[in-house]
Design a protein around this ligand. Structure first.
Ligand SMILES: [Mg+2]
Length: 170
């Protein structure tokens, strides 16, 4: 019962996914969720790091499909620079779009992996489709965490300058 919600692997971010490891598993096609897996909801375009990572994956021979429940506008805009296969309004966790992605990449379900941040859409849907899954921590959580660290540092810097300012004005 619980197995349906368990990913095959779990990483902090997509950048912890090792290309060699995927190859050893016989993976040829990678299905990526967009929102909170690659970027936060409010970022329309992939950053340099994502573009480079996708290029590395393609150089290594992987085919890639974006499978998102978000709108056509969102997905098409996001895919402009990546130019991979893309499916919008995918209705995950229904398996239809995952199966379509397999057809687009011309690979069997055993040769694919789904990378996403949500247990109830990406992982559950992947398990239903018989496709391996990699769960990643949502990027916006990390943003918040980083923001917290930054705020902490900002406070220290501000406090430091305030001390200097006060001293020089004595
Ligand atoms: Mg997501």
């Amino acid at each position: 019962m619980l197995n349906k919600f368990l990913p095959t692997q779990y990483f902090k971010s997509i950048y912890e996914i090792k290309i060699e490891n995927l190859k050893e598993q016989g993976i040829r096609g990678i299905i990526f969720d967009i929102d909170n897996t690659l970027v936060p909801y409010d970022e329309a375009e992939p950053n340099e790091k994502i573009i480079n990572f996708f290029q590395q994956l393609r150089n290594a021979g992987f085919k890639i499909t974006l499978v998102s429940n978000n709108t056509e506008d969102r997905v098409v805009k996001f895919n402009e620079k990546l130019k991979v296969f893309a499916i919008h309004k995918s209705k995950k966790p229904l398996t239809k779009s995952f199966k379509k992605a397999l057809r687009l990449m011309d690979c069997k379900k055993e040769e694919a992996v789904i990378v996403g941040d949500q247990i109830f859409t990406d992982v559950y849907g992947g398990n239903q489709a018989g496709i391996k899954t990699i769960l990643v921590v949502p990027v916006s959580d990390k943003d918040e965490w980083i923001t917290k660290i930054k705020r902490g540092l900002e406070k220290k810097v501000i406090a430091h300058y305030e001390r200097r300012y006060n001293r020089s004005n004595r």
